[in-house]
Design a protein around this ligand. Structure first.
Ligand code: DGJ
Length: 537
């Protein structure tokens, strides 16, 4: 049993934000934003992530304009959804595009990062207090506006900056930063590193020096620039977060442009961002930030799951604020949510799931249905995440079945709309003949299985069937494996199989199944909402 640190709340109750992030320019005005809200509704999401821009809220230093934020609050009320506001300010994908013109214009006061060649780059320095304090002041004003005007409490969290870090250099080489680089590494950080033998930072420190005192290059060798930048950027953003929380204490987090995705050297990805190799420096340094969240665009499952594992920590629950387009997400999201207990999940740029008429495009249909399935399961997620009672179901390439070791039962999930012979679905879902798993036109089997108690299961998702065989029956696993298909389903007998949904936490039956429709396992499609299966002893 893992204690899930649920940072998101609505009306004082744990909340599972599910949905999408708008595209970068959608937050500028109502017309731009409306499509994102419509897309959220079509994907059965409950939370929209959308930017708020420093350049827009403070066009002139000290003059604050929140008309755009007012529009977002109004739209959230109309669409009855929650918001996570993305504070695009000092950093956006490692650069300073969203800083106001008056900041961009004054390089003396608002210092840029200096690269190793002594050239200023398009990025505000995290070692410049004027940058930090101007950013903090603007965000504090935004928080003050929200505290007073967000009466529906639509905004449930704020992402502070976006994919922070330094592109095109591992650190700032200006004199101010150089002085820190050559000064002793803070002792509390050294002690934390020395006490964490499992950390990649500890390994790098051991390889470079294993010294307990010294400056950054003395202790960390070739990692020194990125490590100092991670420490400095975390302190910068954490300070801004503390100032913002002091005005209006909402959950606040940072997101991460991952190193594992295409980019390998600090500076190729934003150096100092909380990538896996330096995540511990962020977790040891932060005091106000609630969590560190990876933007997962890795389209292959092994890489995707590794990132989930890296960012799922007792001191850092997994939250996925951005994930790939509505392609592999359809089944990969089940790993993050069912296996790694993600406390929230969003896909990036959701406007593209709609066609010109506002309907979901075919290419996004499968993923939209996966989001719908997860949305139906939220009461179960809030109850069972952190226990061993949730199982992610995901059909990988050419996978025809998935084995589940359950309490009291062996489970076999079959994909591909059943096995040879009778398909056993009702008239709505009957498919023409036996469309096998290798048929590339078939949707991927994916979903979530919840074992509420020894004989009660809840299923959501699509394109799969669950077959159960009681442990201890037929003597051994061998017979179970041999007895496939028709006989397999004669080994576990249903008391009831009900399609339904949750209302106020209670399961409401919409439709009962029996006879032909249960003879070949408990089959699941998104439009049935939730399937409750009660097995007989
Ligand atoms: C990740 C960023 O956080 C988003 O704002 C956007 O730029 C996407 N990348 C584009 O893939």
């Amino acid at each position: 049993m893992a204690d899930i640190k649920r940072i998101f709340q609505v009306d004082g109750q744990p909340f599972f934000p599910l949905g999408g992030q708008a595209k970068n320019s959608s937050g500028y005005n109502r017309a731009e934003a409306e499509t994102a809200f419509r897309a959220l509704r079509e994907m059965h999401g409950n939370t929209l992530e959308i930017p708020v821009y420093w350049e827009q809220v403070e066009p002139v230093e000290g003059t604050f304009v929140f008309d755009g934020v007012a529009d977002l609050l109004a739209l959230a009320g109309e669409y009855r959804c929650k918001l996570v506001l993305l504070w695009f300010a000092t950093w956006k994908n490692g650069d300073m595009d969203y800083a106001p013109g008056w900041v961009k214009a004054d390089q003396q006061r608002f210092r840029r990062v200096i690269n190793p060649l002594g050239v200023p780059i398009w990025g505000l320095s995290p070692y410049c207090q004027a940058n930090r304090d101007a950013d903090a002041n603007a965000l504090a004003h935004l928080m003050g506006y929200l505290k007073e005007h967000d009466r529906e409490r639509s905004v449930i969290a704020v992402q502070v900056e976006n994919e922070p870090g330094t592109l095109w250099s591992d650190r700032d080489y200006a004199p101010e930063a150089e002085a820190i680089f050559q000064a002793p590494v803070p002792q509390d950080l050294v002690e934390a590193i020395a006490a964490a033998p499992e950390s990649p930072v500890h390994a790098a420190w051991q390889m470079a020096s294993a010294k307990k005192q010294g400056n950054w290059p003395e202790l960390f060798g070739r990692y020194a620039g990125e490590y100092m930048n991670a420490w400095a950027i975390c302190r910068y953003i954490d300070h801004i977060t503390g100032c913002a929380k002091a005005v209006y204490d909402l959950p606040m987090y940072v997101n991460v442009w991952l190193a594992e995705q295409f980019f390998r050297l600090a500076g190729d990805y934003p150096s100092g961002g909380a990538v896996s190799p330096v995540l511990d420096i962020w977790l040891w340094t932060k005091k106000h930030l609630d969590l560190i969240a990876p933007d997962i665009y890795i389209p292959y499952t092994a890489g995707y799951r590794q990132i989930c594992a890296n960012y799922t920590r007792p001191d850092n629950p997994l939250f996925v604020p951005e994930s790939g387009s509505m392609g592999p997400n359809a089944w990969q999201m089940m790993y993050a949510i069912g296996e790694y207990n993600a406390i929230g999940y969003a896909s990036f740029g959701i406007e593209h799931i709609l066609d010109d008429e506002g309907a979901v495009v075919p290419a996004a249909q499968q993923a939209v249905e996966s989001f719908r399935a997860v949305a139906e399961a939220i009461p179960l997620l809030l109850q069972y995440q952190g226990t061993d009672r949730i199982h992610a179901i995901a059909q990988e390439e050419n996978q025809s079945e998935q084995f589940l070791d359950l309490e009291g039962w062996y489970g076999v999930v079959t994909f591909g709309y059943g096995t040879p012979g009778f398909v056993g679905r009702d008239w709505r879902h009957a498919t023409s003949g036996n469309r096998r798993v290798l048929d590339a036109t078939l949707p991927r089997g994916r979903g979530l299985l919840f074992q509420a108690d020894r004989n009660t299961f809840y299923l959501v998702g699509g394109a799969y069937q669950l077959h159960l065989c009681r442990k201890g029956s037929w003597g051994s696993m061998a017979s179970f494996t041999m007895l496939r298909d028709f006989h397999l389903d004669r080994q576990g007998h249903f008391v009831t199989v009900d399609e339904g949904h949750f209302e106020e936490g209670a399961f409401v039956v919409d439709r009962r199944r029996n006879g032909d429709e249960i003879d070949h396992g408990a089959w699941v499609e998104p439009d049935i909402r939730v399937l409750r299966v009660v097995m007989s002893d």
